[in-house]
Design a protein around this ligand. Structure first.
Ligand SMILES: [Zn+2]
Length: 176
């Protein structure tokens, strides 16, 4: 079930119109230190740090205002769809010891990563790579399945290369 579409913003309304200002010193320079989806999934709470006075504050933004468009390989733009990511991960995790909650949390992290980029557009390539990183940490076999579709694997050689790269990564990176 997908949520009801929100009313579109009035025509001509600029995206992210006003800069976010620090409530203490009113400076517009700040950085996002944490982003969380609200319980209803329709707003994002962001913890920000003012670069001028160093104080921290929280803003609430409507999801539609901060979720970037996805740029496909053929340059088409489409809406970011969480349910699509969920479906892709679930398919990759079929018959794997991965719970529904694991899938949910994985997609949460990917979504958060995308929102925190703060860009108006993000490529499907980047999203796929991030999904793969997350899946490798969760279940390497599921990651291989996902990669075979995402990277269009042609045969056993591609799988070998994939697992070799996973192994190399395991050696070079510390567990998170
Ligand atoms: Zn300030």
């Amino acid at each position: 079930m997908s949520p009801l579409p929100a009313l579109p913003p009035p025509l001509g309304r600029p995206r992210l119109a006003a800069p976010v200002r620090c409530p203490f010193c009113l400076d517009a320079a700040n950085r996002v230190i944490d982003s969380r989806l609200g319980r209803e999934g329709n707003e994002i709470r962001r913890r920000r740090e003012c670069l001028e006075c160093g104080r921290r504050f929280t803003t609430r933004e409507r999801v539609e205002d901060v979720v970037p468009k996805v740029v496909k390989r053929d340059e088409r733009r489409e809406e970011f769809r969480r349910d699509k990511l969920i479906a892709a991960v679930q398919k990759a995790c079929e018959k794997r010891p991965v719970s529904v909650d694991d899938v949910d949390r994985l997609v949460d992290r990917v979504e958060r990563f995308i929102q925190e980029l703060g860009e108006k557009e993000v490529t499907s390539q980047l999203i796929g790579e991030r999904m793969m990183d997350e899946l490798v940490a969760l279940d390497p076999l599921a990651a291989a399945r996902f990669a075979s579709v995402f990277l269009n694997f042609q045969g056993a050689k591609d799988y070998e290369a994939f697992f070799a790269s996973v192994e190399a990564r395991g050696r070079s990176s510390r567990p998170r």
